[in-house]
Design a protein around this ligand. Structure first.
Ligand code: ZN
Length: 309
């Protein structure tokens, strides 16, 4: 069993509109935009990052906004819901706030935790859940005070047809089975980033998801550094997974592999972080391009959709 994985690093989804995504994650959810860059593999599309003050691993929601992308069809083989951690007593605040800015807002009990579930304008499923023992500081720069601010992820739900092989993989990655209720089994990793929970939802009859706007593209798990990442990569390869080489994403190093349930997993390093090319007071303000795309700057600055702030 691996011991290097420390919970979630980031979650990356597809959206249909950059400005609307930016407004929702900064103004409605109150996160900080910590990086404005482009999809390294398709540089005419943004890659936008939202999180806490510095984009601490475990707090970072990222987007590829493909303009006017068709909506994804939800089903199995995908991340079904991404869940943020909020302070105890803040749920009424969130129910009111999301009621005005999101769809399908409802209060739900999951494993004894109270949450407000909602969907974005693209139909992507999220929830905020009250967590008692979460010492992380949320970003309060967008008019949401510390008693209500999102502190980062609590976890995510993976929806798969057959949970057996994915459960085995999570346990190999260092997660421990905690509890099962109905068709959902909770896994928790000890000593993580705070984003330590994965709920595995069995959905035997749902069709396989089709990716599009409102779909999670991949979910990334955190390791401290490149040495730990290489250990994880070797262990996954030795177990029979097809894992990509290490890829430099400028703010972290990444490896990717497809799970038996169909979800794309990434393992990302906590180093070097989002302040490697901008100082902390101005994170997310400038358009940052990887060196190989720097020559495209004049074109991109003219053609990328303005974000509104
Ligand atoms: Zn990623």
């Amino acid at each position: 069993m691996l011991h290097q994985i420390k919970g979630l690093h980031h979650v990356t989804s597809i959206a249909s509109d950059a400005a609307e995504t930016n407004a929702f994650f900064t103004q409605t959810l109150g996160l900080r935009r910590v990086k404005k860059t482009v999809n390294f593999d398709a540089p005419d599309v943004y890659h936008l990052y939202y999180g806490d003050e510095v984009g601490t691993p475990g707090s970072v929601m990222t987007y590829f906004p493909f303009h006017d992308a068709a909506r994804g069809q939800h089903g199995t083989g995908e991340v079904g819901e991404t869940v943020f951690s909020v302070p105890m007593g803040s749920l009424s605040f969130w129910a009111d706030r999301l009621g005005a800015g999101a769809a399908d807002v409802q209060r739900i009990d999951r494993f004894g935790e109270q949450r407000v579930a909602f969907r974005t304008f693209d139909g992507e499923s999220f929830a905020v859940t009250e967590v008692a023992d979460d010492s992380r500081d949320g970003w309060t720069g967008n008019g949401i005070d510390p008693d209500h601010a999102i502190r980062g992820f609590h976890g995510a739900t993976l929806r798969v047809q057959d949970t057996g092989a994915t459960a085995e993989l999570l346990q190999f990655m260092g997660y421990q089975k905690a509890e099962t209720r109905d068709n959902v089994t909770r896994f928790i990793v000890a000593g993580g980033t705070g984003a330590d929970t994965i709920d595995l939802e069995a959905s035997a009859t749902a069709p396989h998801a089709t990716q599009g706007a409102g779909s999670v593209h991949h979910i990334a798990f955190a390791v401290e550094n490149r040495a730990a990442q290489l250990e994880v990569r070797k262990a996954l390869l030795d177990t029979g997974y097809q894992v990509t080489p290490v890829i430099d994403r400028d703010y972290f190093w990444a490896i990717y592999f497809r799970t038996p349930g169909g979800v794309l997993f990434e393992v990302a390093t906590n180093e070097p972080g989002f302040d490697r090319d901008e100082d902390r007071a101005h994170l997310g303000e400038g358009l940052k391009l990887p060196t190989r795309h720097e020559s495209l700057r004049p074109y991109l600055e003219q053609h990328l959709q303005p974000l509104g702030d």
